[in-house]
Design a protein around this ligand. Structure first.
Ligand SMILES: *Cc1c(COP(=O)(O)O)cnc(C)c1O
Length: 424
């Protein structure tokens, strides 16, 4: 891939050069919210990144399913450069043509009729929750609307979205949580129907069901077609909204533009973020026409949909289409899972299952052994491959959608060596 030649930046405009990286100094200055691996990344190109020591890694994390086009992609470089030189931020007090163009692309490539833009997955899900509540009050006439979400789901870290998230470990220490959420087991239609009936009797009626088409953070668990199709029927029968959180699986990641296309259903509302801007912060709330119940003043975001983020996201969308990256996601995903199944065959005592759609794949370790995904991630770093766990027992593979067959092969060899090391 040929990188663009950039005009040199005048020396007096350059930021002060950074001093040598000092992890201890970093840890004194930055809040202690993250557990970090002991490396600092400073440069990337395509599916590769380099750390401050000059070591090269194959990046199968991609900013956690975010860098759709990898690093320093010429289309993104061009969009960033052009838009920052033209207009980067104004306000939604005015029309923003780039925002309209991005909304048009998204609704032309999905079941949605309208889009609202924000800055992250959690913020997009907050918007979905507010839209569902407004629908419950104004259309369904429900006084205490409840949104059902799934065990092992992940919807974000704000108070409402961490309440929606069906994992107690993310909620511990942050009570009181937000009322109006109830969790049900994923892929279990009987439990869902029983919960809806039970809540109806308690006069806390269900207004919406919010799910991931494939649970990412919760262990790379694909949704079952029959489950989602029955949910769609229930929603239609009762006038309940189906909200899909497409933050991790949308934007081509699963080998379709949206994760729900794998299930043969359409949601009423869905959200996007991670892959949408290819690594530039942007989120989107997308919905069918009923979303016009949102009136001017009902919802807003200062940065949401600014010219910069929208121009870059649009370049990601157009590149996805022009370079057939969704087909690449299908083919490279199949190649990866085939290779991982061959590796699983070599370590039958350690590996339980390989699963996924397109370029989101999980390798699950046997529950009865002590080995964790985190230990393999550390060994893989030593082999020049970046991976991220999805829970304690699942290794997650979410490379950029531009990944090549040779890079998949190289990653497979590195995983094999890493597993050999930790099981030796
Ligand atoms: C990452 C993620 C979120 C949260 O996105 P942020 O941008 O971190 O707020 C929400 N839902 C899903 C499914 C995610 O994977």
């Amino acid at each position: 891939m040929v990188l663009l030649q950039h005009p040199p930046i005048p020396a007096e405009l350059l930021a002060e050069p950074m001093s040598a990286f000092d992890a201890a100094e970093f840890d004194r200055a930055v809040m202690t919210t993250y557990g970090r691996y002991p490396l600092a990344l400073e440069r990337g190109a395509g599916c590769r990144v380099w750390d401050t020591e000059g070591r090269e890694y194959l990046d199968f994390v991609a900013g956690i399913a975010t860098c759709t086009l990898g690093h320093a992609h010429p289309a993104m470089v061009a969009a960033v450069t052009q838009q920052i030189q033209t207009l980067h931020h104004v306000s939604n007090l005015y029309y923003i043509p780039e925002q309209g163009a991005l909304a048009r692309w998204l609704i032309d490539h999905s079941c949605a009729d309208r889009a609202f833009f924000c800055n992250s997955g959690a913020e997009a899900n907050e918007g979905a929750i507010k839209l569902a509540r407004k629908y419950a009050h104004t259309v369904l006439g429900i006084e205490f609307p409840v949104i059902l979400t799934a065990h092992a789901s992940f919807h974000g870290r704000t108070l409402a979205t961490v309440t929606a998230t069906g994992q107690p470990k993310y909620q511990k220490g942050f009570s009181p949580l937000v009322p109006g959420f109830h969790h049900v087991p994923y892929n279990d239609i009987a439990a869902l129907e029983a919960t809806i009936d039970h809540l109806d009797q308690a006069e806390r009626q269900v207004a919406a069901i919010m799910l991931e088409a494939l649970q990412g953070e919760g262990g790379v668990r694909p949704g079952e077609r029959a489950y989602f199709q029955r949910i769609r029927e229930i929603c239609d029968e009762k006038g309940i909204l189906l909200i899909l959180d497409e933050v991790q699986v949308g934007m081509g990641r699963t080998g379709k533009v949206w994760g729900y296309e794998n299930l043969g259903i359409e949601p009423d509302i869905f959200t996007s973020a991670k892959g949408l801007g290819g690594g530039i912060p942007i989120g989107a709330l997308l919905a069918k026409e009923f979303c016009s119940i949102f009136q001017p003043g009902d919802h807003a975001s200062t940065f949401g949909g600014n010219p910069f983020a929208c121009a870059v996201a649009l370049s990601v969308c157009q590149t996805l289409e022009r370079d057939n990256l969704i087909v690449n996601a299908q083919e490279r995903g199949e190649q990866l899972r085939q290779g991982l199944r061959a590796i699983a065959h070599k370590y039958p005592d350690s590996i339980a299952e390989v699963r996924g759609w397109g370029l989101i794949t999980g390798l699950e370790l046997k529950a009865e052994i002590a080995l964790t995904a985190g230990e393999i991630v550390k060994a893989a770093i030593g082999e020049g491959l970046l991976l991220v766990p999805a829970g304690p027992k699942v290794l997650r593979f979410v490379p950029p959608l531009i990944v090549t067959a040779a890079e998949i092969e190289q990653a497979l060899q590195a995983v094999d060596r890493a597993i050999a090391t930790v099981t030796a």
